[in-house]
Design a protein around this ligand. Structure first.
Ligand code: MV4
Length: 497
């Protein structure tokens, strides 16, 4: 057990601030690193010490391992927190941090490496009774053999790059006539993008929901899950809205998926925070997709429903402490929704919109949390991710959390650039979202920029649906029935409007 007295945060923006706040509460000194574009950034001002590590482009600053390690040693830091993105899932960085005698706040380099290879991950978890999408767990290169397999699995199928992830390097094949062409493209794309041309094939689940489980392990072999997050509202594989819990999980299915998520962690000898991604099909079959070996952007929704500070937990575990609770001591409290406020124009294909926050006023009130890295008058630099803020609303039920989110969006004042706030209000008001009948194709199926122009007026049908949900919610409180009338055999897809 080694107590951390000083922590270097190898990141920027809201997550750097979020990590430093928890560190400070634990009496840990903080060190910021920053690029020349971030001299005035809030994470630099918040930290006890700050060191410039290079020019604006991240390849010359936030991604330069040796520079960051040098600053950690110079400032006599004991540990490094990588946040998300940048070096957070780089096994070489995690290994180098250790070689310098420092603590990496995250899993072992071996766990990061294992999960970085989608094929190695599938092979490892297959032995632990974790459901996988029908397909191959070996790289496939022989075209006739691959075609035969694809025919057995049944079209449509998906070709995925082993070194890919997060939707990168995926190709859908609808018919055998298209197979050879797509396979050749997938291999050459994977080679040039990742330096590894290994691909595999899976049955394509056409309308999946994306449900992920937060897991936590300590260095003594204990692993728990902190329930799920529903992340189906995305565009270009980028999440915009996340919530917990998911309205389609029954307590039984939650327990089953949670146990599978814990098994994924066990298969990787995993410790610290991690996320196990599943897709769930219309019959509520669930399949393991991949594991993210970092703290995720959307971790606050889990914090709101569990009452835990995940960063503090990460630090304690990195110090060698045991998990302070067992699975049966954890429970879900209420419902939390996160909306991501990006400097993007939803009316223009969600293209980044850089500029200055001429007005920036956060919403306030009970159950509202805003994690951001900006103040009024600051500009959103074009070098990095255009996320301005995450707003997390927490209330007793899903319906109340939705109402609170709408109220808070209306209260949020941002001028000077376009944001995703209006799009998020559109989602909150949409019947498919309200009733829980949506999947990863929500944006594709329902969103048109014109819809943002008129204020949505709930029609009679909508009011009736809302009333029905309200009544259901009331009776559920006493009967312990799952939300939205879902039973083991859900009909969330059949009800689509
Ligand atoms: C899939 C799939 C359907 N079938 N695999 C996208 C991100 C990466 N984690 C894997 N992804 C998918 N894998 C099979 N066999 C659909 C997706 C997918 C998706 C998954 C989660 C959230 C959003 C998505 C959007 C498009 C495709």
């Amino acid at each position: 057990m080694k107590k951390i007295k000083k922590l270097l945060v190898a990141n920027r923006g809201e997550i750097a601030l979020r990590v430093m706040r928890s560190a400070r509460e634990l009496g840990i000194k903080t060190v910021a690193v920053y690029s020349e574009a971030d001299r005035q950034a809030l994470h630099v001002r918040f930290a006890d010490e700050a060191v410039c590590i290079g020019p604006a482009p991240s390849a010359q600053s936030y991604l330069v391992m040796d520079k960051i390690l040098e600053v950690a040693l110079q400032t006599k830091s004991d540990a490094i927190h990588p946040g998300y993105g940048f070096l957070s899932e780089n096994e070489d960085f995690a290994a180098k941090v250790r070689q310098k005698g420092l603590i990496f706040i995250g899993p072992s380099p071996e766990s990061i490496e294992l999960m970085g290879s989608k094929l190695a991950a599938k092979a490892a978890v297959a032995k632990f009774d974790v459901p996988l999408v029908p397909g191959t767990s070996e790289p496939i290169s022989d075209i006739p053999a691959a075609k035969k397999l694809a025919r057995e699995i049944g079209y449509p199928i998906l070709i995925k790059a082993s070194a890919g992830g997060g939707g990168k390097g995926m190709r859908i094949v609808n018919a055998e006539s298209d197979f050879e062409n797509q396979m050749e493209r997938a291999v050459s794309e994977a080679k040039s993008a990742f330096g590894d041309g290994s691909v595999f094939i899976e049955k394509y689940v056409t309308q999946p929901r994306h449900i992920e489980f937060q897991i936590f392990g300590d260095q003594h072999g204990n692993v728990v899950h902190l329930f799920e997050r529903e992340c189906s509202i995305q565009r270009r594989h980028q999440k915009v809205i996340e919530e917990a819990p998911s309205s389609i999980l029954t307590p039984e299915l939650r327990a089953k998926m949670g146990a599978a998520a814990v098994n994924v962690a066990r298969a990787a000898n995993y410790y610290n925070a991690g996320t196990v991604e599943f897709i769930v099909d219309e019959n509520l079959n669930f399949y393991f997709l991949e594991m993210n070996t970092r703290l995720q952007v959307e971790h606050p929704v889990t914090e709101q429903i569990t009452g835990l500070d995940l960063v503090k937990l990460q630090i304690k575990i990195a110090e060698g402490e045991k998990l302070p609770f067992t699975q049966d001591q954890l429970a879900i409290h209420g419902h939390a929704i996160e909306v991501r406020v990006y400097a993007e124009d939803p009316a223009n294909n969600f293209l980044p919109d850089i500029g200055t926050l001429t007005t920036y006023k956060r919403p306030q009130g009970h159950g509202i949390r805003v994690d951001d890295g900006f103040e009024q008058g600051m500009s959103v630099p074009f070098y990095y991710d255009p996320m301005i803020a995450k707003m997390i609303c927490h209330d007793e039920t899903r319906e109340r959390a939705i109402e609170k989110t709408i109220r808070a969006i209306d209260e949020y004042e941002i001028t000077g650039l376009e944001t995703t706030l209006g799009f998020c209000r559109f989602v909150m008001n949409h019947q498919a979202f309200r009733t829980g009948n949506f999947d990863t194709k929500f944006v594709e199926n329902y969103f048109k920029p014109e819809l943002l122009k008129q204020a949505p007026i709930p029609d009679e049908e909508m009011l009736t649906a809302m009333l029905a949900i309200e009544l259901k919610e009331k009776s559920r409180k006493t009967s312990m029935e799952p939300a939205n009338g879902t039973t083991q055999k859900s009909n969330w897809k059949k009800n689509r409007v």
